[in-house]
Ligand binder design. Structure first.
Ligand SMILES: Nc1ncnc2c1ncn2[C@@H]1O[C@H](COP(=O)(O)OP(=O)(O)OP(=O)(O)O)[C@@H](O)[C@H]1O
Ligand SMILES: N[C@@H](CCO)C(=O)O
Length: 316
């Protein structure tokens, strides 16, 4: 289970006291999640989630806090950093940046249908519309340069077939980089997988885990989401789900001609990003009690996306 930093009750009680939310009733490490340490926290005044941020520089934390405030103020269903009675949002616990957030209702779904996908597309468009004119700048630490660098290093670890697949994708990234970086931008979630959305029945109740959020091409966010929400088990894109997600998104923010043109490339870039991070995690956490997502899933998806040539059907 991915509790990288275990906590004892007394240190937790000391940490929680300044929020003024009552006594600690219960707490529980969360096994799901692969990058940060999370605890469900029951206090007298409600249910919360405590996150200890395990990855990325501490100086980035104000970005996440500000972005979640902006999205919360725009009435989007996201968690946000609660303040202590002295107004402090970013705290430290066990030497890690620590945030207390409201616990959102709902649970993750494994099998997405077109109805789920339409809501994801709609909410993603709202997220982009809420930030595109006042984007808060943050360069991702897993962008195109990172993909080229880490991908280059990993090539020699791969067998012939995956190596050729990755080589072709890295070549395409290098060729299309300028065009990708010129696409319309906003603040993007950059990790909108099924395990980062909550549903109650068929109703989307929230998005969580903004720790990969950054400023970047909106189309990249759409491609990341689509690759997870609309793939079959063998990595093939499911037409009805893909059309539902893209249609709902484009109804609120129509795609530009440049986005339509770069769509097949972007689907592949979004596969490379997660194939590489999963390969790196699998190597660095091998044998440890940490949730590791299967890298092969993205190798398969990338192989399937090499066959995608159709431009976006919903462009201006
Ligand atoms: N605000 C919240 N409300 C309800 N549940 C939450 C909240 N934040 C986190 N969780 C729960 O904790 C789990 C892990 O959280 P999260 O996805 O942020 O961790 P992570 O390590 O960053 O995961 P990932 O593998 O997606 O990077 C989620 O799957 C969800 O069940
Ligand atoms: N969503 C990512 C993990 C967190 O970034 C994956 O499935 O590889």
């Amino acid at each position: 289970m991915s509790v990288f930093t275990p906590l004892a009750r007394p240190e937790l009680e000391t940490f929680l006291a300044p929020y003024g939310l009552g006594r600690l009733l219960d707490f529980q490490g969360i096994a799901a999640g692969s990058e940060n340490t999370n605890f469900f926290i029951s206090l007298e005044q409600g249910e919360f989630v405590l996150t200890l941020v395990e990855r990325g520089p501490v100086q980035e934390m104000p970005f996440f806090i500000e972005l979640l405030d902006v999205l919360h103020d725009a009435n989007l269903p996201v968690p946000y950093a609660l303040r202590t009675t002295d107004g402090v949002a970013l705290r430290e616990l066990a030497g890690k940046p620590a945030l207390l957030q409201p616990r959102l209702a709902g649970k993750h779904i494994k099998q997405a249908n077109a109805q789920h996908c339409a809501q994801v597309g709609e909410l993603l468009a709202h997220l982009h519309l809420a930030t595109k004119d006042n984007m808060i700048k943050r360069k991702t630490d897993r962008g195109l340069d990172w993909m080229e660098e880490e991908g280059g290093k990993l090539l020699s670890h791969l067998d012939t077939e995956p190596r050729q697949l990755l080589e072709a994708a890295l070549e395409e990234i290098s060729l299309k980089k300028v065009g990708i970086l010129a696409l319309p931008r906003a603040n993007i979630h950059a990790d909108l997988f099924r395990d980062n959305a909550m549903f109650e029945g068929t109703h989307l109740t929230g998005l969580i885990d903004f720790y990969n959020a950054c400023s970047g091409p909106m189309l990249y966010d759409v491609a990341i989401a689509l690759n997870d929400w609309c793939s079959d088990d063998d990595g093939v894109l499911d037409g009805p789900r893909a059309r539902a997600l893209l249609g709902a998104y484009a109804a609120l923010r129509p795609f530009t001609a440049a986005e339509a043109q770069l769509w097949p490339t972007m689907l592949r870039v979004a596969c490379v990003r997660f194939w590489l991070s999963r390969l790196i995690a699998a190597e660095s956490f091998a044998g440890q009690d940490v949730l590791i997502h299967d890298p092969m899933e993205f190798q398969q998806r990338l192989a399937q996306r090499q066959k995608v040539h159709a431009l976006l059907p919903f462009a201006l």
